[in-house]
Design a protein around this ligand. Structure first.
Ligand code: UD1
Length: 431
């Protein structure tokens, strides 16, 4: 299995291009199942999760075609991929496929909307908590869907005549269930209103794409979304929005190592809260024409207190990376995780590098240390893996990160992007 070796190597300087967002690309691919026309997604990141979902969708009858490069495209330009679900050939999403990626559970929305039935395995995904599906079930029931769970599968059936518009108030914000409702209700009879909907930019991106496909969605980006059902959707071309988690991650890399880096194509509004928190560490954040400039050339990293929250709060997907940053702060930081109950698995690995972190329930107290030292560590989940790279950027000696398949799920061309700004990072394949 591949490993990443990283040696603490001083400041980072230059430009890192930000890729299209994984967390938007995946639901957008699934949304393509709602029409028999081709849907072209631009700015698609090259990620293991994208490839895995392509093969999962093929099982349902979705063909895809990577379109040719255009003048000016570089090896880091996002790809253009056309998806076409001329016919849905299978309404079952089997365990073997769904367990590899939780997002593939979301096919339940388009399958119900287009075929009236779906049989979808209960999901797996990153081991960061129990991650139940009650909100998916309740919200789909509000559209008239009958659901039973049997032998590890969710069997769902739309009413005769198709999904019915309905009203549902989420007791808790759910990004995944909001995606599913957007997709399902777009083809329902009548109007659906969802309240306490997720406001995450990726949900907005999905709604924008659906509208380009002929859906009638309004209020996306606020807590109340109204979806007027239409009888059919058509093809569209849609550009995936920049990855705010990748943006925040590289910003944390620069804050940790010091230096001056332009995060090209990044959009500050997608992660304002995280950028505000970063500034409190003593890091410069400047929104410029073509992205965000992150700089810290002198001075200590200041301690911070932050808590994860649904958008527009601090993203849970950046918690581990910012925690890594403050392991070197001049003082004590407090990091509270409110979205998932088991998302501190990186703590024991950071401790192997010399970090001083104590966990009490949902809060980690991080006492900054003068130095970290390289060690062998293990990636535990997608975002947590990046916390080890961030620590490795400043650790004395060599840090060896194993199980890097977690990173490949969500960070495009990671070693290339970091070495281009001066990091000493390499991948060792095989073994
Ligand atoms: C969540 C994050 C998202 C992140 C992703 C991967 C939030 C609100 N969501 O999205 O930002 O990119 O993980 O790390 O920050 N829940 C239930 N019942 C359900 C569905 C969810 O109780 O049926 C709970 C979850 O266990 C969790 C919370 O609701 O505690 C948010 O879950 P949800 O947003 O659905 O998860 P993801 O879509 O995976």
């Amino acid at each position: 299995m591949d490993k990443i070796l990283i040696r603490g190597n001083g400041q980072l300087n230059g430009t890192i291009p930000i890729s299209g967002a994984k967390n938007a690309a995946l639901p957008l691919m699934i949304a393509s199942m709602l029409t028999s026309d081709p849907v072209t997604l631009e700015n698609m990141p090259r990620l293991a999760d994208v490839e895995a979902l392509q093969s999962i969708l093929s099982n349902h009858g979705v063909d895809y075609r990577v379109k040719g490069k255009r003048p000016g495209d570089t090896s880091m330009t996002g790809r253009r991929i056309e998806f076409q679900a001329s016919e849905i050939v299978d309404t079952t999403a089997p365990y073997d496929l769904v367990r590899k990626m939780r997002a593939s559970f979301w096919v339940i929305g388009p399958l119900l909307a287009r075929c009236g039935v779906a049989r979808v395995s209960l999901p797996g995904g990153c081991a960061i908590g129990t991650r139940p599906i009650d909100l998916f079930i309740e919200s789909l029931e509000a559209l008239g869907v009958e659901i039973d769970i049997e032998a590890g599968y969710v069997n769902a059936k739309a009413p005769k005549g198709g999904l019915q518009g309905g009203h549902y108030t989420f007791p808790k914000v759910s990004v995944g269930a909001t995606h599913v409702m957007l997709m399902a209700a777009s083809l329902a009879n009548g109007t659906t209103v969802i309240e306490n909907a997720a406001r995450e930019p990726e949900c907005v991106d999905v709604a924008n794409c659906l509208n380009a496909m002929g859906a009638k969605i309004s209020g996306h980006g606020t807590s109340t979304i109204t979806i007027e059902g239409v009888t059919s959707l058509h093809g569209a071309t849609h550009e995936v929005l920049p990855d705010r988690i990748e943006t925040g991650t590289f910003a944390a890399c620069v804050a940790m190592a010091g230096g001056d880096v332009l995060l090209k194509n990044a959009q500050g509004a997608l992660l304002q809260n995280a950028l505000d928190v970063l500034e409190l560490t003593g890091t410069g954040v400047d929104q410029v024409n073509d992205g965000i400039r992150i700089h810290r050339t002198s001075g200590d990293i200041q301690p911070i207190d932050f808590s994860t929250d649904p958008f527009p709060g601090f993203p849970t997907d950046l918690q581990a990376q910012y925690m890594a940053l403050v392991t070197r702060a001049k003082g004590v930081s407090h990091v509270t995780e409110t979205i998932f109950e088991n998302r501190f698995m990186h703590v024991q690995e950071l401790a192997r590098l010399g970090a001083n972190i104590a966990i009490d329930g949902q809060t980690a107290t991080v006492t900054g240390v003068e130095r970290l030292s390289g060690a062998q560590v293990m990636a535990t989940d997608l975002r947590a893996s990046m916390s080890l790279i961030i620590a490795g950027l400043v650790a004395d000696g060599e840090t060896e990160v194993s199980r890097v398949y977690h990173l490949d799920r969500g960070f495009e061309l990671l070693e290339d992007k970091l070495s281009a700004v001066g990091a000493d990072i390499e991948r060792v394949t095989g073994g």
